[in-house]
Design a protein around this ligand. Structure first.
Ligand code: LER
Ligand code: MN
Length: 270
């Protein structure tokens, strides 16, 4: 398993991104702290100079395991489940526009809050039907490019759509595409799963990506999640991909990032 840290390419409001500010400075810091990769949070790929971005990342010998897309919801309110068909179409088009960059970086595309929240007057079933439709519209054209999508179950305080592993596995069956799997985030799992380890085991090879944050959404080691047991379980089920830190910049960004890797590294080497 390899370690990465979430970094936004532009200033963003989402609070659980440890580092904000100049991109290259942050990439250099992440490499210097010993991470193997950088997970990029990108609101709109049209705002990103792909060549400049790849040069910076290559220069620091980092990989990009995944691209987060939730800022398009947080800052523009694009969503797969909006009652307005134009907003849904814009959300699908935005996610599709990540495919070329994801293919170039060999990164997965994360589906978190871009799924939206059921608005008043719309049924949950209708939202789920829109969500399946949007996922298929995004994932089908990505198959030829070899791009995968990781849907992230989120806790109940953020959305009403997909909280648990159990619901998400049923959802994956409905989508019915092999390039769609799950991103499991230990912060959300600690709220929604009866047992984090059992949730990981149930998912097995449908786990495409992992986010690490402790129970309080601080860096791993700051709360009560047992990361030794999380890593052992992942190893047991044959997960051999990325553990990506996504936590609050507490007590400050640099300290959080360094304490996270200090906590996780030894577990990976055991
Ligand atoms: C994004 O990865 C995440 O975990 C969500 O909490 C975004 O709101
Ligand atoms: Mn997450």
């Amino acid at each position: 398993m390899k370690s990465s840290l979430v970094l936004s390419t532009h200033a963003a409001q989402f609070e659980a991104v440890a580092l904000k500010g100049d991109f290259e400075t942050n990439v250099a810091k992440i490499a210097g702290w010993g991470y193997d990769g950088v997970e990029l949070a990108i609101r709109d790929p049209a705002l990103v100079d792909a060549r400049a971005l790849t040069e910076v990342i290559d220069a620091h010998r980092l990989a990009v395991p995944a691209i987060g897309t939730g800022q398009a919801w947080g800052e523009e309110h694009l969503s797969f489940t909006d009652p307005d068909p134009e907003v849904r179409a814009a959300a699908v088009a935005r996610i599709q526009s990540h495919i070329p960059l994801a293919a170039e970086l060999d990164a997965q595309i994360i589906i978190g809050l871009i799924r939206g929240i059921t608005p008043t007057g719309q049924t949950h079933a209708q939202s789920m039907a829109y969500f399946v439709e949007a996922m298929q519209a995004c994932a089908k054209p990505a198959r030829d490019a070899g791009v995968r999508f990781a849907i992230e179950p989120l806790n109940r305080y953020e959305t009403d759509l997909l909280h648990t592993v159990q619901e998400s596995l049923i959802f994956l069956d409905e989508v019915g595409l092999q390039n769609v799997g799950l991103l499991l985030d230990t912060f959300h799992m600690n709220i929604e799963e009866p047992s984090i380890e059992e949730g990981l085991r149930r998912c097995g090879d449908r786990i495409f990506h992992i986010h690490l944050a402790d129970s309080n959404r601080w860096y791993p080691g700051a709360g009560h999640v047992d990361f030794r047991s999380v890593v052992e379980t992942l190893r047991e089920i044959g997960y051999d991909a990325w553990l990506s830190g996504e936590f609050m910049p507490q007590p400050d960004a640099a300290t959080a990032a360094q304490r996270a890797i200090a906590h996780i590294r030894p577990l990976l080497q055991d």
